[in-house]
Design a protein around this ligand. Structure first.
Ligand code: SAM
Length: 287
C-alpha cells in the first residue's frame, strides 16, 4: 500500500536514513495524498501501462504508480536515495526497476525498446524544476515512443507551455511543446504540498503527444531556429530578430521578402505568429 504521501511518514523515512535534501537536484518531495491521487487519475494508468518516472525521490509517487501500472522504471540521479528505494519504500513491489542515472544522459529509446518492445510509454513525474525544459524537449526531440507526459512543473512554466499568441507567456517553449503535444493544465499545486516547500507555485500539466504533427513543415530545424530567433529578442521586430540571429544566414532582403510573402509586415513581432505562421515562413525561406 502507498504509505508515504504525508509529512509524518516522509519525515520518518528521512530520519531513518539520515537523508539530507540536495538543493542542486531540485528535491521537493510531495507530501499530499490528494495531489498524488490527482496526478495518478490524470495520467489514466491501467495495468497495461509501462511508466517511466523521472526522479522518484524516496518513492512517494512510485508506490502509487506501482499499484496502478504493469511496470515502472524510476530514474533517480541521487545515489543516496537508491538504498531507501530498493531496501525500503519499494521493496514490496516486484514491478519496478530503479535506475541510478541522470535522465538527461540515459538512452530512454533503448530502454523502451528493450523493456516495452518499443511501444509507447507514459511518463509521470514531479520534475526537478532546474531541468524541466531539457527533459521535456529531450523526450520529444529524440522521438521517444510516448503516449503522454503528466508532470509537476513550475506554475509559470506550465502556463508558458499552454498559451497561444498575443499573451505575455507565449514564447519558444509554447511553440515547441505545442508542435509535439496537446497541453492541458490538470491542477495548480501550492508550495505547502511539498517538503521542503519550493519558493514558487507549481502545476500539474499533461502533454498528450499528437498522432500527427499539427503543421507540416519541410525543414523542422529551420522552423525552430526561426522561433528561437524571434523570441530571443522579445521586443524586437520579427525582421530584426531574424537578422540578428547567429543561427540564421539570410540576407536582410531575403528576410523582408519572406516575411511579406508569408503575409506580414516586417515590423510585426514574433509573438504575434502562430505555429502555422512559423511553418509557412520556414517553408518560404527553405526554398
Ligand atoms: N518524485 C518525488 C516526489 O514527488 O516526492 C521527488 C520529486 S523531486 C521534485 C525531483 C527528483 O528528481 C529528486 O528525487 C531528484 O533527486 C531527482 N533528480 C534531479 N535531477 C535528476 C536527473 N538529472 N535525473 C534523474 N533524477 C533527477
Amino acid at each position: 500500500m502507498a504509505t508515504l504521501g504525508n509529512p509524518q511518514n516522509t519525515i520518518a523515512i528521512l530520519n531513518k536514513y539520515g537523508f539530507n535534501f540536495q538543493k542542486k537536484f531540485g528535491q521537493n518531495f510531495l507530501i499530499d495524498t490528494h495531489v498524488l491521487e490527482k496526478i495518478i487519475r490524470a495520467a489514466n494508468i491501467t495495468k497495461d501501462d509501462f511508466i517511466v518516472e523521472i526522479g522518484p525521490g524516496i518513492g512517494t509517487m512510485t508506490q502509487y504508480l506501482c499499484e496502478a501500472a504493469r511496470e515502472v522504471v524510476a530514474v533517480e540521479i541521487d545515489k543516496n536515495l537508491i538504498p531507501i528505494l530498493e531496501n525500503d519504500t519499494l521493496s514490496a513491489y516486484d514491478n519496478v526497476i530503479v535506475i541510478n542515472q541522470d535522465i538527461l544522459k540515459l538512452d530512454l529509446n533503448k530502454l523502451v525498446k528493450e523493456r516495452n518492445n518499443g511501444k509507447p510509454v507514459k511518463v509521470v513525474a514531479n520534475l526537478p524544476y532546474y531541468i524541466t525544459t531539457p527533459i521535456i524537449m529531450g523526450l520529444f526531440e529524440k522521438e521517444t515512443p510516448i503516449e503522454n507526459i503528466t508532470v509537476m512543473v513550475q506554475k509559470e512554466v506550465a502556463q508558458r507551455m499552454q498559451v497561444g499568441p498575443g499573451t505575455k507567456d507565449y514564447g519558444a517553449l509554447s511553440l515547441a511543446v505545442q508542435y509535439y503535444a496537446e497541453p492541458y493544465i490538470v491542477a495548480n499545486v501550492p508550495p505547502n504540498c511539498f517538503m521542503p516547500r519550493p519558493n514558487v507555485g507549481s502545476a500539474v500539466i499533461q502533454l498528450t503527444k499528437h498522432k500527427e504533427k499539427p503543421v507540416q513543415v519541410k525543414d523542422e530545424k529551420l522552423m525552430f531556429k526561426l522561433i528561437r530567433a524571434s523570441f530571443n529578442q522579445r521586443r524586437k521586430t520579427l525582421q530584426n530578430g531574424l537578422n540578428n540571429s547567429p543561427e540564421l544566414q539570410f540576407s536582410k532582403e531575403e528576410i523582408i521578402n519572406a516575411i511579406e510573402e508569408a503575409g506580414f509586415v516586417p515590423s510585426i513581432r514574433g509573438e504575434a505568429l502562430t505555429l502555422e505562421d512559423f511553418a509557412r515562413l520556414a517553408d518560404i525561406l527553405s526554398q
